[in-house]
Design a protein around this ligand. Structure first.
Ligand code: PMP
Length: 399
């Protein structure tokens, strides 16, 4: 029997999906499960998005579209990024793909030859490691534990850049931690980045509309515009507009990169479907009340989650200021046991929590931080308090 390619062996099934699957199985057995495991928004886009999709279907061409993305979508995205604070970008700086995930994969293919180095902070979104593995890149992970609020420090970045990595990948607001960098923190990192011209910078900032406490969204190019020539900003309609299943992501960056990714699109996907494009244009161009209302709702839920987690003795929970995740350090549980089950790792905590209390969380090791676990608080508010109470009980019962 012939062998599969080695790159398939390197790509591991997502740990998030493993927990979600186990939770689904327990639910099917009739167990009352509260899921804090999956990072998808619990809302749908506004009616104008569906209306635009229906309207598009009524005169669908049925044809392939542009490899870069249809002009109305490029223009809608341009307006969107201008409102965020990016200026001086045109259509040739953009490329649209099937979700930010595919855009990031394209970028890895476009920027990294086999054996070249990519660096990113941990905790990181699980897929970063998998994408780098698939293209055969060397990975330098920069550990950012709870003691530094899971944020990358300028000195740490400097050390990493001295190795002349080909790519520095950055994520703000963060999945899995929900942490958001302030304007000052971004400026301090940007001051380091300008000194290392051999490194491409990717900012995966798809949660940019979900920032709380008035701290706003900031990018390195706002602080140091000269970084524009080697920085690629990645965005998506998934989280902002409650459209993860519609699969539209995009980038804004140097023309040469947008062109390379567009060429890869021509080989991988050809184009984003017409009906999906129409829906994304409507999302960007339509009323922004859905994302605004959801952001306020998530900020309120964040308060409930952080208060409950901080009430557990020994659990450390840096205060997230964006997205819809909290990432408590639960290592206080290690070396203890629950109903006779020994707890020695984040995976043990998540397994025992799911089994004993019916609460699904994702082990932090999936994100490169094995002292913590990820709580995604997109569930209905009515489930939030009971779920958190079950976590509190679990920790109170540890021996
Ligand atoms: N980046 C981050 C940080 C994410 O959390 C996700 C989705 N979970 C993505 C990218 C991919 O988003 P999309 O749905 O647009 O592929």
């Amino acid at each position: 029997m012939p062998q599969l390619a080695q790159r398939v062996g390197r790509a591991k099934p997502s740990a998030i999906m493993v927990i979600a699957e186990k939770a689904r199985q327990l639910k099917a057995q009739g167990r009352d499960i509260i899921s804090f495991s999956i990072g998808v928004p619990n809302f749908l886009p506004g009616e104008h998005v569906y209306a635009a999709a229906r309207e598009s279907l009524s005169h669908d061409s049925g044809q392939y579209g542009s490899n870069r993305g249809a002009e109305p979508l490029l223009d809608a995205f341009l307006k969107h990024i201008e409102a965020l604070g990016f200026s001086g970008y045109g259509r040739m700086n953009l490329s649209i793909g099937i979700g930010a995930k595919q855009v990031l994969y394209n970028l890895a293919e476009a920027l990294l030859d086999e054996g070249e180095e990519i660096c990113f902070a941990a905790p990181y979104w699980t897929t970063y490691r998998d994408i780098a593995d698939i293209v055969g890149a060397k990975i330098n992970v920069l550990p950012c534990p709870s003691t530094q609020n899971y944020k990358l420090a300028p000195a740490q970045l400097e050390e990493a850049l001295k190795r002349k990595p080909k790519v520095f990948l950055f994520n703000n607001p963060s999945n899995p931690t929900g942490m958001v960098y302030t304007a000052e923190e971004i400026a301090a990192l940007a001051d380091v980045l300008v000194r290392y011209p051999d490194t491409w910078i990717i900012t995966d900032d798809i949660y940019n509309s979900m920032v709380f406490d008035g701290i706003g969204y900031h990018n390195f190019v706002f602080a140091r515009p000269e970084l524009r020539e080697r920085l690629v900003f990645v965005d998506s309609v998934s989280k902002t507009y409650g459209m993860p299943g519609w699969r539209v992501g995009m980038l804004a960056g140097p023309e040469v990169v947008a062109k390379a990714v567009t060429t890869l699109n021509s080989n991988h996907i050809t184009s984003v479907p017409e009906v999906i494009t129409a829906a994304a244009v409507a999302a960007f161009g339509g009323p922004q009340d859905v994302p605004q209302a959801r952001c306020a709702e998530f900020a309120a839920k964040r308060d409930i989650v952080v208060t409950a987690l901080r009430a557990i003795p020994g659990v450390i929970c840096p205060r997230p200021q964006g997205a819809f995740y909290a990432f408590p350090d639960i290592s206080v549980a290690f070396g203890k046991s629950h109903n006779g089950t020994p707890i020695n790792s984040d995976v043990d905590v998540c397994a025992a929590l799911l089994e004993a209390k019916g609460v699904a969380c994702v082990p932090g090791s999936a994100f490169g931080e094995p002292h913590s676990l990820r709580i995604s608080y997109t569930c209905p508010t009515a489930q939030l308090q009971p779920g958190l109470e079950r976590i509190q009980q679990f920790f109170a019962e540890l021996q």
